[in-house]
Write a protein that binds this ligand. Structure first.
Ligand SMILES: [Zn+2]
Length: 192
């Protein structure tokens, strides 16, 4: 498993647990505070939260951007479902898909596990299609019109008049682009 894929796993992300908020006794109107995450003894992030209505949690936090920091400030809906033995259970509605979940994971925005997975898959898919485009472009330059699934790079024939060394260098580029595209596609398939 490559480093990049490790970085993409949802489980590595900071998560906000509605049950933990409830245990802390802050899931009542007016409840507020700061939620902090610690990783390996260091603070990994924090969000300010406030229960502004029975069904509404306001979140505020900063995320690092290329130009500095950006303040995020938005609301997440809380719903409650009755329990068998009385009382109720609280859930977040994912801000992205409105699915009922106990855990939201942070990237730039909080979202459920499923949404982060889909997001990751679509990033991989666009990486794959960029690599595939590059492969097709390189292939066309040596007179091959088929992509890596139809025609393995080793089967591409050297065009008449192209120097052997130049052809070998082109073939290396094609193989790299093919490998990147296939890796990205595999990542999409394994996670879907
Ligand atoms: Zn979601």
């Amino acid at each position: 498993m490559s480093r990049q894929r490790e970085k993409g796993t949802v489980e590595d992300r900071l998560s906000l647990d509605v049950r933990a908020l409830r245990r802390r006794g802050v899931l009542v109107v007016g409840g507020r505070g700061t939620w902090q995450w610690v990783r390996s003894g260091k603070q990994a992030g924090q969000v300010c939260f406030e229960v502004v209505a029975a069904d509404c949690l306001r979140l505020r936090y900063r995320i690092a951007t290329e130009t500095g920091a950006e303040l995020k400030d938005y609301r997440v809906t809380i719903v409650r479902t009755p329990c068998y033995l009385g009382g109720s259970r609280a859930w977040f509605l994912c801000p992205c898909c409105s699915r009922r979940v106990a855990l939201l994971y942070l990237r730039d925005l909080f979202a459920c596990r499923q949404c982060h997975r889909l997001n990751y898959a679509s990033q991989q898919a666009s990486k794959a299609s960029a690599a595939l485009d590059r492969s097709l472009l390189l292939r066309r330059a040596v007179g091959a019109n088929e992509g890596p699934l139809m025609l393995g790079a080793d089967w591409i024939e050297r065009p008449k008049g192209m120097h052997r060394q130049k052809f070998a260098a082109r073939l290396e580029q094609i193989k790299k682009a093919d490998a990147r595209a296939m890796d990205a596609y595999r990542a999409v398939l394994e996670r879907s």
